[in-house]
Design a protein around this ligand. Structure first.
Ligand code: SF4
Length: 216
């Protein structure tokens, strides 16, 4: 658990999924970005006095340069976490923790308002072979956005399909919400499910500290 650890975040633009509640649509549905060279990213990381680096998005694994970036960071002694939806396994990645966040049904956008996005989400949100590969090749945790008790059944279904001995304490639940009030309302139910299942409660520290703002 690295919550609260001072870390440099590298947010890579673009995503292969279209979660309805995505809170970084500027990096996924409608990616906004300037090109950065590998050297510029590595120099930027060195400006911060921490060895902890989190690579997030969007979806980092859609970028072929990710493997090289992680190897360069590793050569500089960094501790690397990759936050991923898990659907596109990549060879050659050097990292200390894969924080994989498979998307549950509630991530599918309203099909009437967003038909194309809903179709993409339904088709792509689970890639079981890729989930297995990440788990087989890296230290990992599974993180789920929780909206209701029905999510637990779907988590059980997914764990069965992955067919690996995943300890319950590798599974983290975080309340859905983009402000502290919404998260607080859902938290007691999430705590109760964690108590029953042996899952870990995942606080949304960046929302508590900074709100739903860019750069956090
Ligand atoms: S996988 Fe992550 S970045 Fe991509 S749309 Fe879903 S929540 Fe947003």
């Amino acid at each position: 658990m690295l919550s609260g650890m001072p870390s440099v975040f590298i947010r890579l633009a673009g995503c292969n999924l279209r979660c309805g509640w995505c809170d970084t649509k500027y990096a996924s549905w409608y990616p906004e970005s300037e090109p950065w060279s590998m050297e510029a990213i590595l120099e930027g990381v060195e400006l911060y006095p921490t060895r902890y680096v989190v690579i997030t998005g969007g979806e980092p694994t859609i970028h072929p340069e990710l493997a090289e970036l992680t190897q360069e960071l590793k050569a500089r002694g960094k501790h690397i976490t990759i936050e991923t939806n898990g659907t596109s396994f990549m060879e050659g990645v050097a990292c200390d923790l894969i924080s994989m966040s498979p998307k549950l049904r509630h991530s599918i956008a309203d099909a009437e308002m967003f038909p194309e996005e809903a179709r993409i989400q339904m088709e792509r949100r689970w890639n079981i072979a890729s989930f297995k590969n990440w788990i087989d090749h890296h230290d990992y945790q599974l993180k789920f956005v929780f909206t209701s008790a029905a999510d637990v059944e779907e988590i059980h279904e997914l764990v069965g399909l992955i067919d690996r001995p995943i300890p319950a304490d590798r599974i983290m639940l975080m309340p859905e919400g983009i402000d502290t009030a919404a998260i607080g309302r859902r938290a007691p139910e999430v705590v109760e499910v964690c108590r029953q299942q042996g899952y870990r409660y995942c606080a949304r520290l960046h929302i508590d500290l900074f709100g739903n703002t860019r750069g956090t």
